[in-house]
Design a protein. Structure first.
Length: 259
């Protein structure tokens, strides 16, 4: 396990690192998740193994510190991640990022372009979303005020999320979980989608085939973003169909190598 201080107060981001060749690959989890649990199997898959790989946990999640004074905007998460990657000597990395982590990765690439050479986004949030009371995801968490969430709303989310998601969600700081969900639902200005369209690096967006067409696909493709459907999976593509995920990701990175 490696670590780096990423705030003035010395709060630490931590990651599991697999040795290998450069350029590095950085795996970034979604809301209430942790990268070692979500990406370990695919990171060592024969199609993806052999690169220096950082399975990194965003501040407030997993094995990273859980400060209660971190504002958890997508920009702040991106800047904290940038500080950790810079400390680790990472530059021009391939970012493989899921859900909220994909949103953070887009902002990272926009704000710290020297750190990112390409993006593989896994069912990432590209647009603001309305709050949805009764949902287990970010839109449901964002429907609470922070006071309501800390006073007991988190227990309702625990019961809705189920034991699988809660097994990693429970590791996140409760302030982090709520604030991250609020800012994910709120999005950024320009939006994550607009940032993605403007980036000039190779970009691939993976989505579950069962979800049907991704809204705005034509504009993404026109801007050079490859949009790839993966069969036999839900939102957690790398867990539901690791073989399909590895094939799609390896193909995306191979295609990028030829550009």
């Amino acid at each position: 396990m490696r670590n780096a201080a990423v705030t003035l107060e010395g709060d630490q981001i931590r990651w599991v690192e697999l040795p290998g060749q450069e350029p590095s690959r950085v795996y970034v989890h979604g809301l209430g998740a942790t990268s070692p649990a979500y990406f370990a199997e695919v990171a060592v898959h024969p199609l993806l193994a052999g690169r220096r790989s950082l399975l990194i946990d965003l501040l407030g999640h997993g094995i990273s510190d859980r400060p209660t004074d971190f504002d958890c905007t997508l920009e702040s998460h991106a800047d904290a991640l940038a500080a950790a990657l810079t400390s680790a000597g990472v530059a021009g990395a391939e970012l493989i990022a899921h859900s909220m982590g994909g949103s953070v990765a887009i902002i990272l690439a926009a704000r710290h372009p020297q750190l990112v050479s390409r993006l593989v986004l896994i069912d990432a949030n590209l647009d603001p979303i309305p709050s949805a009371p009764g949902s287990a995801g970010s839109s449901g968490i964002a429907a609470y005020s922070e006071e309501e969430f800390l006073a007991g709303g988190w227990e309702e989310i625990r019961d809705r999320a189920g034991p699988h998601w809660w097994s990693t969600m429970r590791l996140a700081g409760r302030e982090t979980l709520h604030r991250s969900a609020v800012h994910l639902a709120r999005g950024t200005a320009p939006t994550m989608r607009e940032h993605l369209l403007d980036l000039k690096i190779p970009r691939t967006y993976l989505l579950p085939e069962a979800d049907g067409p991704l809204p705005g696909t034509d504009a993404l493709i026109e801007a050079g973003v490859a949009v790839v459907s993966v069969p036999d999976c839900g939102h957690n593509i790398m867990l539901d169909n690791p073989e399909g995920f590895a094939r799609a990701t390896a193909a995306a990175l191979s295609d990028h190598d030829q550009q």
